[in-house]
Design a binder for this molecule. Structure first.
Ligand SMILES: [Zn+2]
Length: 176
């Protein structure tokens, strides 16, 4: 039943052949654990021996992972917010003097960019789901779009992004 919605990743984005490391069996998609009847997907962690990127062997269609009504919010995790503050502090100490714009790909509710904005970065959150509206309401510059080559080229034309963050993105998307 799930097979039409998955792609088996045999190669890493760098071209390396992926090697299976951990098999978690079949699991529901994120935020779908409470439903009684739910589709479960094989969850196998692979690693690339060439660049060491850890990623899922079976990639589920992004329209299922990121539905229009996405319920996960970064702001719900105190640990995540603490990590975000640490990350922005590190980036700030190295790069803020260059006054770069910082862009968060798949930035959810804008929590990370809100911290960056408070540190005087120019910020941009690119988020395709409904939680982009929360980001906008927080006053974060937000592009409610899927990040793909077209979006990247549009940003490149504007020529003002220096720092791009992809937190937990590469490991489960199919195509950039
Ligand atoms: Zn690789």
């Amino acid at each position: 039943m799930y097979k039409k919605n998955i792609l088996i990743k045999k190669r890493c984005i760098c071209g390396g052949n992926l090697k299976e490391e951990i098999n978690f069996g079949k699991l529901p998609l994120i935020n779908d654990f409470k439903k009684v009847k739910t589709i479960k997907y094989p969850t196998i962690i692979s690693q690339c021996p060439k660049c060491f990127l850890v990623q899922l062997k079976y990639a589920v269609k992004d329209s299922l992972i990121f539905p229009k009504n996405y319920s996960y919010l970064s702001a719900d995790s105190d640990e995540k917010i603490k990590d975000y503050k640490d990350l922005i502090a590190k980036i700030s100490s190295r790069f803020l003097r260059y006054k770069p714009m910082i862009v968060d790909i798949g930035g959810n509710d804008g929590s990370l960019m809100q911290i960056a904005k408070k540190r005087n970065f120019s910020e941009m959150n690119i988020e395709p789901t409904n939680v982009a509206n929360i980001s906008k309401e927080r006053g974060i510059k937000t592009l409610k779009k899927k990040f793909n080559s077209r979006t990247a080229n549009d940003l490149k034309k504007k020529n003002y992004y220096l720092i791009s963050l992809f937190l937990l993105i590469f490991l489960h998307i199919l195509i950039i």
